[in-house]
Design a protein around this ligand. Sequence first.
Ligand code: NAI
Ligand code: COI
Ligand code: MG
Length: 356
Amino acid sequence: MTTSFSLAVVGGDGIGPEVTAQALAVLDVVAPAHGLSFATTDYDLGARRYHATGETLPDSVLEEIRGHDAILLGAVGDPSVPSGVLERGLLLKLRFALDHYVNLRPSKLYSGVATPLGDHVTSRGDIDFVVVREGTEGPYVGNGGAIRVGTPHELATEVSINTAFGVERVVRDAFARAQARPRKKLTLVHKNNVLVHAGHLWTRTVDAVATEFPEVSVDYLHVDAATIFLVTDPARFDVIVTDNLFGDILTDLAAAITGGIGLAASGNVNPDGTAPSMFEPVHGSAPDIAGQSKADPTAAILSGGMLLDHLGFPEAAAQITAAVEADITERSSTPRSTEEVGEAIASRVAGGVPVG
Ligand SMILES: NC(=O)C1=CN([C@@H]2O[C@H](COP(=O)(O)OP(=O)(O)OC[C@H]3O[C@@H](n4cnc5c(N)ncnc54)[C@H](O)[C@@H]3O)[C@@H](O)[C@H]2O)C=CC1
Ligand SMILES: CC(C)CC(=O)C(=O)O
Ligand SMILES: [Mg+2]
């Protein structure tokens, strides 16, 4: 019996469509062996549509996308469009409207992967953590404004919104993830020595929810110190829970120490299932390499794996991870095109790489 899922595909801008094509190709290879099939709908959203129609994400299109089982997204943003228009009007509109309150960003250092950490890395297998980034609040909600723009007296605000409801649900999700992992450790990252209003809400919430998860050990780091330890002692982390902005910044750093931004996958998860979750690489549209087949599609392919896991097919997801791990372990210094990397991973999936 085949289970069919509908997938909304938003390639987006720059390298987005290039890497998404490879992720879809890998999903097509892995699906039949697990009794799965995908009906995909491509959405022309991003800079091209914006220039043609002035639209970023019309509500009618949002509602169509909402009708799918899951979303695969490439990246959004283009130098020809004022900064923020597509990022807010398309990407964040999707995340907020579909209540993607858990922005899940795993980081693992695979064997053979070059890392700038060099001699700091004593045991690669120990660098295996996940950042649970709040996805619908914080300074990204657009609560702010500017007056006297362009004058020496300009005043601009960008207010970080943190609700007890929003913080508690993501903190509870992070605890549940920590509970399910072997090390059962959760680190709250914030800046509660300065951002006392939001910071104390996060701290109190973690303390309260911790009582429901007595097996999980909890610690706290200010975000500035967290950046130190991500470089000097990344193995100390298991599950990090943090707000939208800190999580955005920390996960680019996490990507850099575990092999680069081209390997970092993510899921924008709606854990309640009230709307489809969305899977995308951590990276952006990389205008500096767009259209040159230089983008590493691995992050997009791994995001496809996260999508499978979310839909309830962990064995299929593990097959993708195993194929990626085998590919990156054997990568040579000879550069490969986006398509070559995608095809190499797809053929390892097709060949049935043993899942370790
Ligand atoms: N989720 C999304 O759609 C995101 C969108 N953006 C947008 O993307 C645009 C560019 O943003 P940047 O800050 O430059 O971040 P970026 O992640 O696009 O690029 C940063 C650097 O990483 C490299 N890079 C990124 N992905 C790569 C890949 N798969 N393989 C090899 N190299 C890769 C780029 O070439 C660039 O040198 C902006 O418009 C930004 O707003 C940025 C981050 C996330
Ligand atoms: C472009 C931003 C809205 C998103 C971003 O940088 C991210 O989610 O990592
Ligand atoms: Mg980012």
